[in-house]
Ligand binder design. Sequence first.
Ligand SMILES: C[S@@+](CC[C@H](N)C(=O)[O-])C[C@H]1O[C@@H](n2cnc3c(N)ncnc32)[C@H](O)[C@@H]1O
Length: 465
Amino acid sequence: MNLPSRDHPGGVAADIRYVTDVPYIAGFTAELAPEWLDLVATINGFAAPARADGFAWCELGCGPGMAPIIFAATHPEGEFHGIDAMPDHIARGEAVASRAGIGNLTLHALDFETACGRDLPQFDYITAHGVYAWIDETAAASLRRFIERHLKPGGLVYISYNSMPGWASDGPFQHLLYALAEDGAGDSIARFAAAAEAAEKLREAGAAALAASPTAVGFKDERAKRPEAYFAHEYLCPAWRPRYVDEVRRDMAAIGLSPVGSATLRDNFDSFVLRAKAREALEAIADPDRRELARDYFMFQRFRRDVFGLSPRPLDDDERRAGLFATTFALLRPPSLVEYKMTTEAGDLAFDNPVARGLVAKLGAGPRRLQDCLEPGADAQDLLANTLSLCCSGAVRPVAARAAPVDRLNTVLLEALDANNETTFRVMPHGTALRFDGQILVALRDGKPLPDKVAPWVEFLNRVG
Ligand SMILES: C[S@@+](CC[C@H](N)C(=O)[O-])C[C@H]1O[C@@H](n2cnc3c(N)ncnc32)[C@H](O)[C@@H]1O
């Protein structure tokens, strides 16, 4: 772990101890959607924020604003805000939002401390993805202060972070990259690239600590999958420190928040992620925070997506069930490409059965409320269990009940397709987005021929998106 007291040359601003010389990539995190956070609350027996009269949503550390842009465009009834310290990120996001004609979004070029003092609304949802483990203690305290001042009672908070113990064997690799890059030449991307190559040479020469790091071992392949800016922000933050869950829960308890569940949906179900022996062993720990900590040791948890609530109202069983059946779900891939199985920390789980297949066939025609997928006389519990399995495996997602026009935003995103960034997002009318190779979306838009293997996707997008 990097030492908090160092001097940080190169791309790290003195006041904000973060990589600020190269912009971050435009990422979209589906788990930040209001419907996704509502589902986490409902699954775990808590009331979601009431949204009948509109709602307010905010992302702290929003980068170039892809998530707030997509959610604002598809939730005209909501008010959306994104806050980020890098003016370049905010300018990029504002350019897209204004070209797409999105009027219910405000992006703010502010650091968290300054944002605390601004006249901003009380929010139903506050999210921070990929921020908390990358900033120093002062900025983390400001982020918490912002939540304390701006979250409505009953509101939900999403905080994701690199976590321990999953980073235990990779921590030395991160530290080495950081140290090798520290005095390098050029911007953060150049310094990262040189450091990654030097570290790879050390690994090839037999550095035992790198052989023991799964991330170091697979890093060459990993680097080929994403733009270098991603890695510069991931690895060169001077205050980077994976957190233990009990520590984060203590931080959040100090501002009145209690744990609601996980936006990594399968993590909400012990039976999906823990073997029987692990479940039995955990029963011996009564304190819920310590149990969750110990649970992370079984899962070797390296990234958490925690959802917290401010005095969330507990639901009784009937309300919980009604909430789940009132949720609208969408299929995220052509029915022929759905795999009725998933691999988790507990092993392989299969759910290939007529109920799951029936649901996929129904959702293949477009998003629907779960209650509208229930055939007369069918077993509602079975349908619910299969729906949640499909959600946990990533084939199905909770989405907005109403469709919104997204053509203009999709056009703008395709126009902005950066030559260096070959993937982009296809925004779906029900408030989510899918990542695609940009060349496919361009060919689809221009009516150009596409390889046979993408035919099911073309048909799927023409039908539902
Ligand atoms: C790893 S990026 C994540 C961006 C976005 N949430 C995403 O997932 O694509 C972290 C973001 O936090 C912002 N950030 C870091 N420290 C900050 C601070 N003290 N105040 C405001 N924003 C900050 C950075 O500029 C950067 O855009």
